[in-house]
Design a protein around this ligand. Sequence first.
Ligand code: UDP
Length: 417
Amino acid sequence: MKKRIAFISEHASPLVTPGSVDAGGQNVYVGELAKQLSRMGYAVDVFTRRENPDLPAVTMWMEEVRVIQIDAGPAKVVAKEELLPYMAAFREEMISFMEEEQTAYHLVHANFFMSALVAMELKQLLGIPFVVTFHALGHVRKIYQGDKDRFPPERTDIETEVILQANQIIAECPQDKEDLINYYKAPVHKITIIPCGVNLDEVYAVDKEKAREILKLPKNEKIILQLGRMVPRKGVDNVIRAMAQLKMPDVKLIIVGSNVPASSGDVDYELERLRTLANELKVGAQVIFAGQRSRHELKHYYSAADLFITTPWYEPFGITPLESMACGTPVIGSDVGGIKYSVADGRTGLLVPPEDPVSLAAAIFKLLQDDSLRQEMGSNAIKRIHALFTWECVARKMKYLYQQVINEAYYEKSHIY
Ligand code: UDP
């Protein structure tokens, strides 16, 4: 019998294009993992909160992957910090859906703490085992964001309880595992490290000249790329400050990502802040804001660049460095979280301290001066991605974990001694 898996991802749907304030790595993770698991013989239903009144209740996203809109709270985008009060309704709607369809799941995979709260309650009510990927931890966020963290204070208590109740916890990198143990006393035997991945059909190296031609970018100038969600913790301002330190007016910085679609005409205040900073530092003419780009365009941006930069304050995993490496573009990244795990320092890029534009400028200078080093790092990067970080490889590890959890739960329920 086909195993049925329920993914819960309350704020991050695979149907939404990533690149805005609350749509990023988790949307990619849920979609790509569901896709690979369906190819491995699972049927996956992704439950997500309805943000769009026009979507059907059930979207057949691909063979054996359905995306199910759960009515919980207003049918519009609501900041994830404000979603906790709607989680009881989310749980009830999910139960009604299962009853109506008479669908039973072998396992729930929860994504983020609010989905994990729902999964924990479903386990108590219906006995369905669950695994959780937190994607980010409340304690860590508090350390870095302090008073700016607007999540409800119950978040860390919920995470602590989830850790007790979950059948298994997926840490995305060794730092994530350490944080789970240090801040939440998570039992080591419950934690499995499974990283994120890249879809190599979507993100792969394209000839640099061709990519620049497609994007109408200068042929001969050095280009560095910053791509991701435009939120302060991603440290995009650090890259702009490094540009000012670098004093190389021919170098261009392309910034991809925006909190508002270009078609809306709305103001993106974070981009405005960055633009003002670039002008104040007299590098405005070197910075190109490319806005939010769709998945199929990404390979051109990564391939067109000589270097990819990502210097967040902290990073639970960080899929963008993987995407850059898959395109053969070396990465300069913060020496934090998942980046220090995915980027091999000195071999596929360089690691620098976060919030340190002087060190970043020195690293950029070093790599821009050395074409053969960049080339060598780029080819090492492609090999590293193929060996360790494809979604296929991630899904194989996940399948192994699911089977273990499903077997153990079945054994416990059937009282075989
Ligand atoms: N992204 C995108 N278009 C954009 C900007 C970002 O598709 O305009 C994608 C990016 O390619 C990556 C994801 O959003 O797959 C961001 O994931 P990451 O793990 O790096 O950061 P997170 O969003 O989880 O903080």
